[in-house]
Design a protein around this ligand. Structure first.
Ligand code: ADP
Ligand code: GN1
Ligand code: MG
Length: 361
């Protein structure tokens, strides 16, 4: 990476840098693995400033959250520093630096864990459920008002729908003509937009501090010892609903195919995977969830899939400015897989909810 040594000099890194290479498969930030000749390796990230407008506020949130989680784990007698993200401070003590119009941050690289892109065995997804459930439980007492809203209305599906409608009307990239049927399928499901927002407004579902981006590759799993490690990617930790966290994990991880699979025959909802994640997640959150949350967890999976698919399609119609793409029509392909998942889950929603209640025995 160009300028890597200059950038890393500004962080409190131990050991001489050996290499700095692109790493991971996130859709938002540019991530690099930094190896050193010392004991520790690091993750360097160029923060996506187009998505995160206020880096100071973004990193303020991350500092509060990581410190809170570390403290909570210690109180529980757990000193394993692979269970939470460790921010490496800059030499001036801040959590990020600015270098030539870009913002960078650095984390300790967490050893011994894997960020899976796909589930090979349901147990891995159960462990992912444990990690995200534990994250939710650890933040149960955290005061949401201390956190800045890093992306306003991130899971406000009504606003996402309005943006989608605007993108269709403007048709900036002149792509509407090629995806009429898909657009129709998303528009047709407008009724999904308001259900959870209304339940939250009526205080039937509590506002919690949630992760909001709980996909499989945002958690580290020790696949050798079968242990869940840290939850990563804390950029969107904000006030939200537990339905969003549960739902987004299912959206991504309970798909038997990849999020961007072109062959839709290979894509679809796997009930076994849903069950595995639910077991893990509920094992941690059982005591804190209220009845209306339990009733709607499975709907959360439908909602997140609908919302994410609509976001992919919006980005496609606008010309691919938000999500990273690696090929033509990448966002379009992603929007198609989400619709396939959506259709599958709509057929079995009652069975999904029934299973969740079964876990309450
Ligand atoms: P994005 O917002 O682009 O998704 P992430 O913060 O999720 O960025 O990081 C991208 C990938 O980098 C993750 O999926 C994971 O594979 C890897 N990663 C990030 N932080 C760490 C860390 N501290 N230790 C090990 N791997 C990490
Ligand atoms: C993005 O950053 P990453 O790749 O973990 C996106 C999520 C989407 C996801 C779809 C900040 O997640 O909201 O669900 O892509 N993150 C942001 O794969 O928009
Ligand atoms: Mg990520």
């Amino acid at each position: 990476m160009i300028g890597c040594k200059e950038i890393l000099k500004q962080f409190q890194i131990i050991g001489d840098v050996e290499s700095c290479k692109r790493y991971g498969n996130g859709h938002i930030n540019d991530t690099y693995l930094v190896t050193t000749f010392g004991d520790k390796d690091y993750i360097l990230q160029r923060i996506n400033h187009y998505v995160f407008k206020d880096v100071e506020k973004l990193m303020h949130n991350q500092k509060l959250i990581t410190e809170y989680i570390a403290k909570k784990l210690k109180e529980q007698g757990c000193y394993d520093d692979r269970l939470f993200l460790n921010i490496v401070p800059a030499v001036d003590g801040k959590c990020f630096i600015k270098y030539q119009e870009n913002y960078y941050r650095c984390y300790e690289f967490i050893e011994g864990g894997e960020c899976l892109e796909k589930i090979i065995h349901p147990l891995q997804f159960e462990l992912s459920g444990v990690a995200f459930g534990r994250f939710q439980k650890l933040l149960d007492g955290f005061d949401a008002s201390l956190l800045h809203e890093t992306i306003p209305d991130f899971h406000n599906t009504r606003k996402r729908y309005n943006n989608f409608a605007k993108a269709i009307a403007e048709d900036k990239a002149n792509r509407k003509k090629d995806c009429g049927k898909l657009i129709y399928e998303y528009l047709k499901r407008e009724e999904y937009c308001d259900k959870v927002l209304k339940l939250m407004d009526e205080k039937k579902i509590p506002v919690r501090v949630t992760h909001n981006d709980t996909k499989l590759n945002n958690v580290l799993i020790d696949t050798y010892f079968n242990q869940p490690l840290a939850v990563l990617d804390l950029d969107t930790v904000m006030a939200g609903s537990v339905l969003y966290d549960f739902g987004d994990s299912i959206r991504y991880g309970a798909n038997r195919g990849a999020e961007d699979e072109r062959d839709l025959e290979k894509v679809g909802f796997e009930m076994e995977l849903f069950k595995a994640f639910s077991r893990g997640f509920i094992s941690q959150t059982k005591d804190i969830l209220v009845e209306e949350e339990i009733n709607n967890l499975a709907f959360g999976a439908i909602l997140m899939t609908y919302e994410c698919g609509m976001r992919f399609l919006t980005d496609h119609l606008e010309g691919d400015f938000y999500f990273k793409i690696r090929r033509r029509d990448h966002n379009l392909d992603r929007a198609k897989t989400q619709l396939k998942m959506l259709e599958d889950m709509e057929e079995v929603l009652d069975q999904m909810t029934e299973f969740i209640w079964m876990l309450y025995g």
